[in-house]
Write a protein that binds this ligand. Structure first.
Ligand SMILES: [Zn+2]
Length: 420
């Protein structure tokens, strides 16, 4: 045999019994548009043709060889042996890699996967395969022994062939970038494990009301709960991650928060951004969620580090009457450099004590009545805004209260801008 592939295949088959597909897989990188079954079959056919040619000149010289190939490779060598020597060929040995089971494995698992997907209602899938026990070791042994360059693993072959079969017979599509479900097939155990990837989108969230937090909290209202309820046809388990502290007392206005919205167990067929957007925005009096695009969980961690300043609109009540002089005083002291110990209300709930340094920049101030006024002010994302107003019994110093020597109380706080 003078061809490289045929020479190599002959040497392999002299040592190891291999079925068509497992032989073809050792040459998977050669020849396009072929299955490994076709590769292996073609190699065996060509080898048999060469041997037939040689044996018609000198049958006895090739007898042992044709016998050995009949034993290790079955057809078409078995028929050739019977034809030339008029004797029964030996019973072929089981394939060294798959035990002769690979074709039935593919056929069986196409059916199992197809039926499972149909039963669950999912259409776009990816497969993971744990190949039959011992098969990967066997093929690696052969590839190493013959220094093979173009071989493919049985794991890949099974994954692709079962996927193709499911697509052909059931019309479901393998989808590597956005699957609805991942099925992990354990061939030896005969089990299928289904993993439904969560659906993650990046979004901007405007929160129009107070008294609702983003994250779920026992006994409290949260956007996560509300979104989960209004969008129950999308799936279960809604998580909304935001890059700043989750405070139910504030409205989030302006452009809203950049956030990552995750549906942990999405239902089949509901992954388009339009479907998600119209489902979650049914409750427009509480929030508006603009879907920006597909997201990754990692995005939210990155973003938290990028938030620099937050601008608030704060409506403030004073226990003492205030006039224009006091308004001027606050304005003239801006930006107010301050030091803040973790607020008492946080420490009382078990929060760790820290000291934060920052500044409060008053961008606008307006007196509303003798005891109320409104400011637009920005500060770093670490600073707790309420305590810059109240002073928190001296734990934040100075504060607007200490500067004006009065007790100030924020009545309403809105976030109106986040600088990244
Ligand atoms: Zn095999």
């Amino acid at each position: 045999m003078d061809s490289g592939v045929l020479m190599l295949a002959s040497r392999i088959l002299e040592r190891y019994p291999l079925c068509d597909r497992c032989l073809g897989r050792f040459f998977a990188g050669l020849g396009m548009g072929l299955s490994n079954f076709e590769r292996g079959r073609s190699v065996k056919v060509l080898m048999a043709m060469e041997l037939h040619g040689g044996a018609s000149k000198d049958p006895q010289a090739l007898r042992d060889k044709i016998y050995l190939y009949s034993l290790n490779a079955g057809e078409p060598f078995s028929s050739l042996y019977r034809h030339i020597y008029g004797l029964d060929p030996p019973k072929p040995s089981p394939c060294y890699v798959c035990g002769g089971k690979v074709e039935s494995i593919i056929a069986d698992w196409v059916k199992r996967v197809g039926e499972s997907l149909r039963a669950m209602g999912f259409r776009r899938f990816i497969l993971g395969v744990r190949p039959p026990e011992g098969s990967s070791e066997a093929e690696e042994e052969i590839a190493r022994e013959f220094s093979l360059q173009h071989w493919e693993s049985i794991k890949n072959d099974l994954k692709r062939e079962i996927g193709k079969g499911v697509s052909r017979s059931y019309g479901f599509e393998p989808d590597f970038s956005d699957p609805e479900i991942m099925l992990i097939l354990d061939i030896s155990r005969g089990s299928i494990e289904a993993v439904i990837p969560s659906l993650i989108v990046s979004s901007r969230v405007v929160k129009l009301v107070r008294g609702v937090s983003f994250k779920k909290r026992p006994g409290k209202r949260s956007l996560e709960d509300i979104v989960e309820r209004v969008a129950e046809d999308l799936g279960e388990g809604v998580r909304i991650s935001i890059p700043v502290r989750d405070t139910s007392r504030y409205r989030i206005l302006g452009d809203g928060f950049y956030s990552i919205l995750e549906i942990r167990s999405p239902k089949p067929g509901r992954r388009s951004l339009e479907a998600i957007s119209s489902a979650i925005n049914r409750k427009q009096d509480i929030y508006i969620i603009d879907i920006i695009g597909k997201g990754r969980r990692k995005d939210i961690e990155d973003l938290a580090n990028r938030v620099k300043r937050i601008t608030y609109r704060i409506y403030i009540y004073s226990s003492k009457k205030l006039g224009d002089i006091e308004m001027e005083k606050l304005k003239s002291q801006s930006p107010i450099t301050l030091e803040q110990r973790t607020p008492k209300r946080i420490v009382e709930r078990g929060g760790a004590e820290r000291i934060y340094k920052g500044d409060l920049k008053i961008e606008a101030i307006q007196r509303i009545s003798e005891k109320t006024f409104e400011i637009i002010a920005s500060t770093s994302s670490k600073i707790y805004i309420e305590e810059t107003i109240t002073g928190d019994e001296g734990r934040t110093s100075p504060s607007l209260s200490s500067i004006l020597s009065t007790d100030l109380k924020p009545l309403e706080i809105d976030v109106i801008r986040i600088e990244l």
